[in-house]
Design a protein around this ligand. Sequence first.
Ligand SMILES: Nc1ncnc2c1ncn2[C@@H]1O[C@H](COP(=O)(O)OP(=O)(O)OP(=O)(O)O)[C@@H](O)[C@H]1O
Ligand SMILES: [Mg+2]
Length: 237
Amino acid sequence: MSDPFLIGDTMTGGYGKGPDILHDCTVAVERGEIAVIVGPNGAGKSTAMKAVFGMLDVRAGAVRLDGEDITHLSPQDRVLKGMGFVPQNANIFTSMTVEENLEMGAFIRRDDFSGTMEQVYDLFPILREKRRQPAGELSGGQRQQVAVGRALMTEPKVLMLDEPTAGVSPIVMDELFDRIIEVARTGIPILMVEQNARQALEIADKGYVLVQGRNAHTGTGKELLADEEVRRSFLGG
Ligand SMILES: Nc1ncnc2c1ncn2[C@@H]1O[C@H](COP(=O)(O)OP(=O)(O)OP(=O)(O)O)[C@@H](O)[C@H]1O
Ligand SMILES: [Mg+2]
């Protein structure tokens, strides 16, 4: 099988009965790799992620997970198939404690998930310290850790992250990227959208530049970082 582990393949679609936002858009991640989607605001990065997760109609194209066509599955069924998704907005329950957020993440599990929770706390030690605190009292970077931790609670086979470092300082961004690399090394491929394009492409095995719902540039992280046009247009020279 030459198919990537997860692929949104030449997807065209939009919201409800509205116009197409995505035009033959392809994003994918291979086993054991990190794939990064970058591009200007409004390019359709979040829309592409939502399409892969089944939150909007794909009018043409397909989504496949481990070789299986899942184009018509609901988001809930995709979670059961092993997809974890951290959306760009409203990705935690602010009035619930950190631990309750993680428990909510495990909603599909019938087995004992305490071991997974320990793994999340080992990955993000600050969350263990703050486990009894309402998540809304945490800093931006800590909230993002809760959101990623929540998604890990289902023991996903692939993790999708929409701007996991939004609104955090450069130091916190570096730490989050380190944790994301650590997750990828445990064998969970990661498909993520990032506004910190240069830093994200540095850790990306594969990169996608989207513009107006279309693939503008695709390559390894290294290739995109070295591409004159990509540098000039999207990386600030
Ligand atoms: N729920 C929605 N209903 C209708 N149109 C939407 C919806 N969400 C986004 N759009 C439109 O889809 C287009 C792409 O938006 P999207 O959020 O995917 O961009 P993005 O690349 O993620 O931008 P950003 O970098 O700001 O997060 C925009 O024109 C936006 O107005
Ligand atoms: Mg977005």
